[in-house]
Design a protein around this ligand. Structure first.
Ligand SMILES: Nc1ncnc2c1ncn2[C@@H]1O[C@H](COP(=O)(O)OP(=O)(O)OP(=O)(O)O)[C@@H](O)[C@H]1O
Ligand SMILES: [Mg+2]
Length: 375
């Protein structure tokens, strides 16, 4: 059993800067948890406290049943892979893999067995006698992951392990690490994994759950699907998803017993569910959010109420287009399938088009607290 628990975990650096503000997080045994957030939000600080590489200023870290606050890194049953995976340049791949095990004075045969096992899992068999300088970036990163696997840790820690690789290699390593996690789980030896990244594609595709951080606070912990469709606050809504969710200031108004949100020059009718949720917000400022794929665009007005804007820019993504409309004093991003977008774009830019939102998929945020009040 190696669940990982943070209780009111805090970090204050020696210069007095508080980097982590009493966070609570429970990572289940065998779970793949991704910690994601913008630069400086304290992802690495948090991971390093878990690893024992940084002192803990308040609260506690538990691995399994044990509080590990005062345990040295090597006593915590963890293995860590960093962005700069620095292999020992004068050692072969085999020696690099075996190095940590030799230090822990395991018998020779066991070391050889564990190295062979890891090499097989990561397809390093053919590379065992090479030196690091004879490896590609992806191969070297696989060796770095191998060095972590041979230790058979209870908990794997990754800090942006793929950010030095090019896009294609990143995609294939992403799958490899996910597969490795599944493989260990199926073999009955699940390894709890904490994976830090600022790349939301990695977060969305790899995590069983994702923990979104901002300035040393946790903003939401949830499955990728829930984070995307039910963001608890404006920060998560804006951070997860590319292109970003459209988020615009608005106001809740009442007309003839029904509630609407005014955004720019448009007055949007709220769904029955949103009416209920927003009953107490009449007259108040809010933010209105809609993901680009829930905006429809057309050359001709829709039968139902719709808005109008100027088609100002398009980006061809191949299978779809990102279409930008200037509406009142803001810009609206829309995601349109290629077949639909092409005839419209063929008629040229800088002309009037019409749009409507899938209101069931829209979000409304309290302007002051930035909490999602439409969930
Ligand atoms: N030794 C230190 N002393 C003082 N402040 C520090 C120290 N190390 C980090 N910080 C600050 O703590 C905050 C969190 O840093 P951290 O490296 O954990 O962020 P991060 O989320 O990993 O960022 P990135 O995505 O850039 O790696 C930052 O504001 C950083 O400047
Ligand atoms: Mg970092």
């Amino acid at each position: 059993m190696a669940e990982v628990i943070f209780n009111k975990l805090e970090k204050v650096y020696s210069n007095g800067f508080k980097a982590v503000h009493g966070i609570d997080l429970k990572i289940a045994d065998g779970e793949f948890m991704v910690i994601v957030g913008p630069s400086g939000c304290a992802k690495s600080t948090t991971l390093r406290m878990l690893a024992g590489l940084e002192t803990i200023s308040g609260g506690e870290v538990k691995i399994g049943e044990k509080v590990v606050n005062n345990l040295a890194p090597k006593e915590r049953g963890i293995a860590m892979v960093f962005q700069n995976y620095a292999l020992y340049p004068h050692m072969t791949v085999r020696e690099n893999l075996a190095f940590g095990l030799k230090l822990s004075k395991l018998p020779k045969e066991q070391i050889a067995r564990q190295v062979d096992e890891a090499a097989k899992i990561l397809e390093l068999d053919e590379l065992l006698d090479r030196l690091p300088r004879q490896l590609s970036g992806g191969q070297a990163q696989r060796v770095a992951v191998g060095r972590a696997i041979v230790k058979k840790p209870d908990v794997f820690l990754f800090d942006e392990p793929l950010s030095n690789l090019d896009a294609k290699l990143r995609a294939s390593m992403r799958i490899r690490i996910s597969d490795l996690h599944k493989q260990l789980k199926q073999s009955g030896k699940p390894a709890t994994t904490v994976y830090v990244t600022h790349d939301q594609t990695e977060a969305m595709t790899m995590g069983d759950r994702i923990c979104v951080m901002k300035l040393g606070h946790i903003m939401q912990v949830d499955t990728p699907d829930n984070l995307y469709h039910f963001p608890k606050n404006m920060f998560v809504a804006g951070f997860i998803g590319a292109p970003e969710m459209n988020i615009k200031p608005g106001k809740v108004v009442e007309k003839a017993g029904r509630l609407f949100v005014t955004v720019g020059n448009d007055t949007l009718a709220l769904t029955d569910r949103q009416q209920e949720k927003l009953a107490g917000y009449v007259g108040q400022d809010v933010f209105f959010g809609v993901r680009p794929e829930y905006v429809c665009v057309s050359d001709v007005p829709y039968a139902e109420a719709c808005g109008a804007g100027e088609l100002v820019r398009v980006e061809n993504m191949g299978h779809e287009f990102f279409v930008y409309l200037k509406v009142a004093d803001f810009e609206l991003t829309c995601r349109i399938p290629s077949d639909e977008a092409k005839p419209m774009i063929a008629k040229g830019l800088n002309r009037k088009v019409y749009f409507k939102f899938d209101m069931n998929k829209c979000h409304i945020f309290d302007a002051k607290t930035e909490q999602n009040i439409s969930l």
